[in-house]
Design a protein around this ligand. Structure first.
Ligand SMILES: *Cc1c(COP(=O)(O)O)cnc(C)c1O
Length: 461
């Protein structure tokens, strides 16, 4: 019998436990903004209506994950929750050693303490900010080698996260001795959540084999990446996502992971690898910084919830909804003439604030101005990814970032289509008055990672 087809892709769940949203008025939000010095990181979450600051650790757990928490065994050593977790990881990523950590950056810290150091060079398609910081903290150099299309906001290449293989070959030829490992981030978060193809990963693997290098994945959004492979890559359309994930894993020697992304956790992460000596070194470091190797900074109940989350995230109904609902927001904004980056990534839609508020110079922080307006008008919290985040140079001078974007990150399974319809309407109202948005200036800032704590004020008159 023919399967009837419908164009509405619904949330593949119904709501089991509700969390009230907190309504505020525009006048209240203006007051909260002033109190937060116009820095959205300084707002109290209860004053936010729709929180699109990040998709990290902000998703909703399923009924079965909440039930799994009750199975948590809090034994200090050898907890059955650890073995369940490690088996769930290995079901998708069959690496010999699985080492839990409290979140992704802890895995990075441990791995680069072992592999980094002055004079070393670590290539990646694009380093996520904590990855870059952890490489650089050891004195090593972090190099981004994403394909040219990945740097071009107008390109609609299907795999804008791909590694530039020629550039990688060149680097390995000229400074191969200094490269302890090659990294690939799936999906490429800092590049807009753009996927990496299987073909590209095979190419990276071949280069790593030729030059005798370890290949590590920064696999935070592995399931979204595999869904894009299934949808976009020749010959992959009939495969199970879990199967694609296993093939991706088979091309690598190890991984760092934040379980606050695709594994559906509110906290957690892991480090995995095949090399016994490296694993031993990492475990010794783990005991120093995170805890015993069968819990690594997590409670047994967290390990149980992650084991269940890993089963849920590779389900096709979930991924179809996840990728479709992100594109739904992007397409609606595009249709209203609001400039957004395309193709849309898996976890977020990015407004091009520099184009939207084109009366502002990048050093007047158009991204900050648009993000503040989204909050003032509609109570939406987003994240500036532009000159505020990247403009300050180590010598204290300031230059425009490559782009001034505002990221609308979508927490997993948390908001419904009517919430998204509301977000679209708020964006439309902000866009309609974009040319009236004020410039901002920074009145106080720390020396590093200023976007979290800087104090701003609008430039008036
Ligand atoms: C979130 C993220 C990390 C860091 O993980 P945390 O859990 O936030 O420490 C590393 N890499 C990528 C690509 C990420 O998205």
């Amino acid at each position: 019998m023919d399967e009837p087809r419908f164009s509405t892709i619904i949330e593949p769940f119904r709501i089991h436990s509700v969390e009230p949203l907190r309504m505020t008025t525009r006048a209240e939000r203006r007051e909260y903004l002033r109190a937060a010095s116009f820095n959205l990181f300084q707002l109290r979450a209860e004053h936010v209506l729709i929180d699109l600051l990040t998709d990290s650790g902000t998703g909703a757990m399923s009924r079965d994950q909440w039930a799994a928490l009750q199975h948590g065994d809090e034994s200090y050593a050898g907890s059955p929750s650890f073995y369940l977790f490690a088996d769930a990881v290995r079901e998708l990523f069959p690496f010999r050693h699985v080492i839990p950590v409290h979140q992704g950056r802890a895995a990075e810290k441990i791995l680069f303490t072992a592999l980094g150091g002055p004079g070393k060079v670590v290539p990646n398609n694009t380093h996520f900010d904590t990855t870059r910081a952890n490489v650089e903290a050891t004195g090593a150099l972090a190099v981004d080698l994403v394909v040219a299309e990945g740097r071009d906001p107008a390109s609609d290449h299907p795999f804008k996260g791909n590694m530039d293989l020629a550039a990688l070959e060149q680097l390995l030829t000229t400074s191969g001795d200094d490269v302890p490992c090659v990294f690939v981030t799936i999906t490429n978060n800092s590049g807009g959540g753009q996927p990496v193809s299987l073909e590209n990963l095979r190419g990276v693997r071949a280069l790593c084999d030729r030059f005798g290098k370890l290949l590590f994945l920064d696999a935070c959004r592995f399931a979204e990446n595999a869904w894009f492979i299934r949808e976009r890559e020749e010959g992959q359309g009939d495969r199970e996502v879990a199967d694609i994930v296993r093939e991706v894993a088979s091309l690598a020697d190890g991984m760092t992971m934040s379980a606050k992304k695709d594994p559906m956790g509110n906290i957690g992460g892991w480090l995995a690898m095949n090399d016994d000596r490296l694993a031993e070194e990492c475990r010794n470091m783990l005991i120093l910084t995170e805890g015993f190797p069968t819990y690594g900074g997590l409670a047994g109940r967290d390990l149980e919830a992650l084991a269940q989350g890993l089963k849920e995230v590779v389900q096709h109904d979930y991924l179809r909804y996840r990728i479709r609902s992100t594109a739904y927001l992007g397409e609606a904004l595009q249709k209203r003439g609001i400039p957004v980056l395309s193709p849309f990534g898996g976890h977020a839609v990015y407004l091009d604030a520099r184009a939207l508020a084109d009366h502002l110079d990048p050093l007047e922080y158009p991204g900050q101005s648009v993000a503040v307006a989204l909050y003032e008008i509609g109570g939406i919290r987003s994240c500036e990814i532009g000159t505020v985040m990247f403009g300050r140079q180590p010598d204290g001078s300031e230059v425009p970032a490559a782009m001034d974007l505002v990221r609308l990150a979508i927490p997993r399974r948390t908001y419904t289509q009517s919430h998204v319809d509301y977000v679209i309407e708020v964006c439309e109202q902000v866009a309609a008055r974009a040319h009236e948005l004020p410039a901002y200036r920074i009145v106080e800032e720390p020396r590093m990672l200023r976007h979290f704590t800087a104090r701003f004020e609008p430039v008036t008159g």
